[in-house]
Write a protein that binds this ligand. Structure first.
Ligand SMILES: CCCCCCC/C=C/C(=O)SCCNC(=O)CCNC(=O)[C@H](O)C(C)(C)COP(=O)(O)OP(=O)(O)OC[C@H]1O[C@@H](n2cnc3c(N)ncnc32)[C@H](O)[C@@H]1OP(=O)(O)O
Ligand SMILES: NC(=O)C1=CN([C@@H]2O[C@H](COP(=O)(O)OP(=O)(O)OC[C@H]3O[C@@H](n4cnc5c(N)ncnc54)[C@H](OP(=O)(O)O)[C@@H]3O)[C@@H](O)[C@H]2O)C=CC1
Length: 268
């Protein structure tokens, strides 16, 4: 038997949980980011989404507006600090004050460490770690100026104890968690909280392109107590919680959403 599905967040949290807030979700046009963006809108927040391609951002922005809140879709390459600063200007002009930042944009491919080129390392670490730092420092300054806010960054379980073929991604995600801990320590006095959500293996188009169905079946058999891959919906409740006043005293924390992937295998 598998672990059951996570119920829709509207069955778990008040519909107005985040009314009056504005969330900025990077990579909000696909996969986990899309699910999060729609959930923020369901719970009353205005939502801005940003990534490199407008093609998938536009339909999600329409779906956000259909929920009766304001939406903003804007392009950004999170690896570029100037681009990130321009993104924030656009978001502030279109939907106003940002109170929640979700560092969700990510990139990965599987590659043996000794075969990883310098540019391959940079393309993944640049997106994961530089991208999260660029958005955190830029939006963080705004959060400090407005007197507080919440940052949630997507980590990954591959950073906890190393993972074959994930040298770039694992190191980048370990850096993300460490960065969240540091800004959590520095910015609590400004009312800013920062936490990490670490998905295990979540069935998205992005990850299935990376791993394929055969490896997915192997991972389910060998690594997952849950006996199923995760879904984007599994990542929603903990992220909403960390963005909400319910987590007022929670900062610098690390929440795995991994169906037991990090548990030791049975010794029998
Ligand atoms: C088995 C369990 C899996 C669990 C996963 C757990 C952790 C995390 C998961 C995720 O992050 S899932 C999200 C995945 N989504 C994406 O990756 C979407 C975005 N992806 C991309 O943008 C690309 O795939 C990219 C390659 C990561 C970056 O593209 P970009 O346009 O920036 O770069 P390229 O010019 O295409 O390539 C740059 C550089 O990287 C080398 N490279 C690309 N793919 C591979 C590969 N499969 N193997 C080895 N090297 C690769 C490429 O050759 C370039 O290097 P040089 O040739 O110029 O040296
Ligand atoms: N799915 C999984 O199993 C796991 C996912 N994660 C993490 O969760 C997050 C979401 O993953 P998932 O939904 O699977 O991924 P997706 O591939 O669906 O999404 C990645 C998103 O990041 C955006 N993006 C990529 N590069 C950049 C960039 N340079 N600048 C701005 N945006 C960028 C992409 O949009 P665009 O192409 O338009 O730029 C896309 O929307 C990532 O941080 C990932 O590392 C962690 C562990 C496991």
């Amino acid at each position: 038997m598998s672990l059951p599905e996570t119920p829709p967040s509207m069955e778990l949290f008040a519909p107005d949980l985040l009314a009056g807030e504005t969330a900025l979700v990077t990579g909000g046009g696909t996969g986990i980011g899309k699910e999060l963006a729609l959930a923020y809108a369901d719970h009353g927040a205005n939502v801005a989404i940003a990534s490199r391609s407008m093609d998938h951002l536009e339909p999600v922005a329409e779906a956000i507006e259909d929920r009766g809140v304001e939406a903003c879709a804007t392009t950004v390459d999170v690896r570029d600090r100037d681009d990130v600063e321009a993104m924030l200007e656009t978001v502030l002009a279109e939907v106003g004050d940002v109170s929640i930042l979700v560092n969700n944009a990510g990139a990965n491919f599987l590659c043996p460490a000794e075969e990883l080129s310098a540019n391959g390392w940079r393309s993944v670490v640049g997106t994961i770690l530089d991208g999260t730092a660029n958005c955190t420092f830029t939006v963080g300054e705004h959060l400090i100026d407005r007197g507080g806010g919440a940052i949630v960054s997507m980590g990954a379980t591959n950073s906890v104890r190393g993972a074959p073929y994930h040298a770039h991604s694992g190191a980048g995600k370990a850096g993300v968690h460490n960065l969240m801990q540091t800004v959590a320590a520095e910015w609590a006095r400004h009312g800013v909280r920062a936490n990490t959500v670490a998905p295990g293996v979540i069935r998205t188009e992005g990850v299935m392109d990376v791993m394929g169905e055969t490896v997915a079946e192997q991972v389910i058999d060998e690594d997952l107590a849950a006996d199923r891959l995760g879904t984007p919906a599994d990542c929603v409740p903990v992220t909403l919680f960390l963005s909400s006043p319910a987590a007022a005293y929670v900062t610098g924390a690390y929440y795995a959403v991994d169906g037991g992937q990090l548990l030791a295998p049975t010794p029998m």
